[in-house]
Design a protein around this ligand. Structure first.
Ligand SMILES: Cc1cc2nc3c(=O)[nH]c(=O)nc-3n(C[C@H](O)[C@H](O)[C@H](O)COP(=O)(O)O)c2cc1C
Length: 199
């Protein structure tokens, strides 16, 4: 998509409004209706517009459709048992609940294979972060809520197997997305003086 917005002031206002009004939604408070097929495509396409040194696409996304959520739930429970063999059935059940968050659930995976190109891991991870932010902002512009989810399970062998990661890939996080059932109170943000100095 070729968009030349610089001639207009209006898009700047729109962009800033989107950036500054976006807030994560706690994934428990995401529900139906989720994005339809065309909206999902628009959100996922936004990821591809992220800065990407040497165009390696150093990350990939995996949608976990509703009919496969129970398999991810088992994987989350097993990931808990992997790091805590004493985990109880109740704890396993609690761990598995994350799999049902959001009408749309997408796993983000970093591709860190040196054979892909000579771009350091740090740059690839930054590209993945930019891709995720593009998705968050697009979802927000459509009126959806979204949040990122991690946890110790993303480092587990069980989840690595579940997502068929090769040795050079790393599960980064999940993005849950859907209608906002309960919004968070507006939080204050740091401003430029909090994180910027001049040399
Ligand atoms: C990579 C990443 C992973 C996160 N994982 C979790 C998580 O597992 N659980 C959680 O409650 N918040 C998690 N968060 C925090 C929320 O997604 C969100 O960023 C935070 O609540 C701040 O909300 P805001 O986006 O409205 O500022 C994560 C944030 C990032 C950047």
């Amino acid at each position: 998509m070729n968009v030349h917005w610089n001639e207009h002031q209006e898009p700047l206002g729109t962009a800033l409004t989107l950036i500054h009004t976006r807030q994560s939604t706690t994934s428990r408070f995401l529900g139906e209706p989720g994005p339809d097929r065309a909206q999902v495509e628009t959100i996922l396409d936004a990821a591809g517009a992220a800065p990407d040194h040497r165009r390696l696409t150093p990350w990939r996304l995996v949608i976990v459709p509703s009919e496969k959520r129970h398999l991810l739930a088992e994987a989350f429970a097993d990931a808990l048992s992997e790091r805590d063999p004493e985990a109880t059935e109740a704890q396993r059940k609690e761990a598995s609940e994350k799999a049902y968050r959001g009408p749309l659930l997408v796993a983000a995976i970093a591709r860190l294979d040196p054979a892909l190109g000579s771009v350091p891991a740090q740059e690839r991870l930054l590209s993945a972060g930019c891709a995720l932010q593009n998705m968050l902002l697009t979802a927000h512009a459509m009126g959806f809520g979204a949040g990122l989810l991690t946890g110790k399970s993303i480092y587990s062998k069980r989840l690595r197997q579940f997502f068929q990661l090769d040795d050079t890939e790393q599960l980064l996080c999940f993005m849950a997305l859907g209608a906002v059932l309960r919004a968070k109170p507006v939080t204050s943000r740091p401003s430029m003086n909090d994180y910027t100095t001049t040399l």
